[in-house]
Design a protein around this ligand. Structure first.
Ligand code: G4P
Length: 530
């Protein structure tokens, strides 16, 4: 077994949330604890402004800055933490879904006032596909939010995962007094902490002690004891194995902006979160401690600013040791590739690195070689699986405004969709090109980049679809379905058949009427529509 120490040291994860729940604030507090930044506000200033949707160039400029924070590595208590950033802007949700394929676990932030929101559900759906272990942080306890028991129930119902509180709030809003850490039986009282330290934590193994009354008062002590009695009646001791399998989510309560409850969360995270796990390829499972290097590209960032026309491919190392200036095998193209300036980010500084280990993410300068999902190895012919495309939400027909530039447009749209800017579909048995995106912004980006980089002018015609489903099934049944729904059938770039549905109602009707056809929500035919 190779590099065991390096592998066990690493925890690669992402913080995810519905916009505004507190992801950026929590990220910043983690970085402060890890010593990766010195001042509050450093991450916030890099954040893509959620509301500036009208100006995509401004958003792209900010996205350019955010490349520098795509991976934030820091050390905390002998562990090396790779925190993968996910864009907060909803139009870049697909970027987030892809990033989730490269992490070993996630921390999910939920606003205690709003509870489970739409984006929370979508993100969790992606986590459930890979059984990614999830820790939940219920944020903004300094506000008058929902009852914590109700929140847990909502999480279990809407996110389809069992929960177990490892900390418990004492009141909320103006009366918020602090949290009791059920995991290590200690109390942290709420004050204006800038950085809660170990000294602030009071060990309280027995809640019947008078000390509790002295600290939080009689009424709150009584209600905490009552809550804990209920909790102890429902939950047994925390089952780390169930968490690692993605079956059970431990829950913490706190307030990110007040840096409250964050240390508890981070300490438990480094104790229980998984180090790099084995990953599936199309041929076999690859273990992180195998000697030979393997990895895959999960994200490509192209800067559209003409003054900085750089493209960076993000490679997740899955096994072995990645070394600079070494020839590797690019499986899809069957070519040799070598990287002279791979970089990582330690303490927010971009550093050219000589080597990297499983769990690390390296940035590779790319001139158009890579496509999302590409595997790189030391020679083995394997392809990592589980980096699927998800259904877009907006569909438009691509209209070529300059027939003299058809070739350029075809090349441009292929390259842009390889980068993951959008998905390209072609009418089944025809030539119409349909672009699918998660947000409207991408259409502007495509239009701009096709013109600037390929000299091809285009426009879009809105189409009435809301979801793409990849279809498979008995030959005859699929053929009948295609014939019947011709106007809704397209092919993706790999030639897979896709049904575009106008509405939930149509989708359900077609499913009922065509039991011989299976509808999938990802292009790898692994996840059937339920
Ligand atoms: P996001 O990345 O998930 O979109 O959320 P972000 O951290 O930007 O937080 C969204 C808003 O919620 C911010 O306020 C932030 O200050 C606030 N917030 C985060 N944690 C807490 C908390 O524990 N309690 C309370 N009360 N608020 C919290 P904003 O007004 O949008 O931005 P800012 O002007 O404060 O930076």
């Amino acid at each position: 077994m190779k590099y065991t120490q390096e592998i066990e040291k690493r925890k690669t994860f992402a913080i995810i949330s519905h916009p505004d729940a507190g992801k950026t604030t929590l990220t910043e507090k983690f970085l402060l604890f890890g010593g990766a930044i010195q001042t509050a506000g450093a991450v916030k200033s890099n954040k893509i402004k959620k509301h500036a949707t009208s100006d995509f160039m401004e958003i792209e400029r900010q996205r350019g800055i955010s490349v520098a924070t795509s991976v934030m590595s820091f050390e905390y208590k002998d562990k090396l933490i790779n925190l993968l950033d996910t864009p907060g802007h909803k139009d870049f949700a697909e970027d987030t879904y892809r990033t989730l394929t490269a992490v070993d676990s996630v921390v999910l932030v939920i606003d205690c006032v709003k509870g489970v929101e739409t984006q929370t559900e979508k993100l969790m759906e992606v986590c459930r596909m890979r059984d990614t272990p999830v820790i939940i942080f219920i944020n903004k306890m300094d506000r008058d939010g929902r009852n914590p028991f109700d929140l847990l129930e909502e999480v279990e119902k809407k996110l389809n995962i069992k929960t177990q509180p490892l900390s418990w709030p004492i009141n909320m809003g103006r009366d918020f007094k602090g949290v009791y850490n059920i995991h290590n039986k200690s109390l942290l009282t709420f004050g204006a902490h800038q950085k809660a330290t170990d000294e602030d934590i009071i060990a309280l193994p027995d809640l019947s002690t008078e000390k509790l009354v002295d600290i939080i008062g009689e009424k709150d002590a009584a209600s905490l004891r009552e809550d804990m009695e209920l909790i102890n009646g429902v939950y047994t001791s925390f089952d780390t194995e169930a968490y690692l399998k993605g079956d059970l989510a431990p829950v913490f309560f706190g307030s990110a902006v007040n840096n409250f409850g964050i240390k508890d969360l981070l300490d438990t995270f480094i104790e229980i979160a998984p180090s790099p796990k084995p990953r599936m390829t199309d041929k076999r499972e690859v273990k992180a401690d195998e000697e030979k290097f393997t990895g895959f590209v999960f994200k490509i960032h192209a800067n559209i600013d003409p003054r900085h026309r750089d493209r960076v491919a993000f490679l997740r190392i899955c096994s072995g040791k990645f070394e600079r200036n070494t020839f590797y095998h690019h499986v899809r193209s069957d070519k040799k590739v070598r990287f002279s300036n791979p970089y990582t980010f330690l303490a927010r500084e971009k550093n050219v690195i000589d080597d990297a280990y499983p769990g690390d993410v390296v940035g590779l300068f790319d001139t158009g070689t890579f496509k999302i999902g590409d595997t790189i190895t030391q020679g083995e012919e394997i392809n990592y699986v589980g980096i699927p495309s998800f259904s877009p939400e907006i569909f438009k027909e691509l209209v070529n405004n300059d027939p003299m530039k058809t070739k350029q447009m075809e090349k441009g749209i292929r390259q842009l969709t390889d980068e993951g800017v959008a998905q390209l579909f072609t009418q089944h048995g025809g030539n119409r090109k349909i672009i699918g995106c998660v947000g409207d912004l991408q259409f502007e980006v495509i239009q701009y980049r096709l013109l600037q980089e390929y000299g091809a002018a285009c426009s879009f015609r809105t189409l009435p679809f809301f979801k793409a489903c990849w279809i498979q099934g008995e030959r005859q049944k699929v053929d009948d379905f295609i014939r019947f729904k011709q106007a809704n059938i397209v092919e993706d770039k790999e030639g897979h058949l896709v049904y575009l549905a106008e509405s939930e109602w149509y989708l359900n009707t077609e499913r009922t009427n065509n039991p011989g056809v299976k509808f999938y929500i990802t292009n790898d035919f692994e996840h059937e529509l339920v």
